[in-house]
Design a protein. Structure first.
Length: 145
């Protein structure tokens, strides 16, 4: 009695769904909205990035350079190799006038020049070059400065 139904060769599907759906605009205004949406999503970010300059913020590094200066305070001591009673064993000069008055015969007044040098030409002094010209007697042999 049920045997003819069990051996049926035709199968009817109950539900079918499409694999892919794509919507098309019906009018030219709909097509215009599609094109404008595509432009806003793809091209506008590139224009904004080009106008700003970059997507990422730039990181600047700066190396601190110390301030090089000379407060014009100095002590210069020139030692003699052979000290005797005629000459002092050292000639001394300081940048302080009161100390120079106390030195007596050991005082010598040098010619001092200093030059600020900017090696990397960044407008800041990198080092100072000092030139001392010390007047000494002819028999004075310098061992240490």
């Amino acid at each position: 009695f049920f045997s003819p139904l069990l051996h049926a060769s035709t199968v009817m599907p109950f539900y079918e769904d499409t694999i892919y759906r794509q919507y098309f605009a019906v009018s030219k205004w709909g097509n215009l909205c599609n094109v404008l949406g595509l432009v806003l999503v793809t091209i506008l970010p590139f224009i904004v990035t080009f106008a700003i300059g970059t997507l990422w913020s730039k990181e600047d590094s700066f190396r601190m350079q110390p301030t090089v200066f000379w407060p014009k305070k100095a002590l210069l001591v020139v030692w003699n190799a052979q000290a005797d009673q005629q000459q002092p064993q050292a000639f001394v000069w300081t940048s302080m006038a009161k100390a120079n008055r106390l030195l007596g015969d050991a005082l010598t007044v040098p010619h001092l020049e200093y030059y600020p040098q900017d090696a990397d030409e960044d407008g800041r002094v990198d080092r100072l070059q000092y030139d001392f010209h010390v007047p000494l007697p002819g028999t004075f042999r310098v061992t240490a400065v």
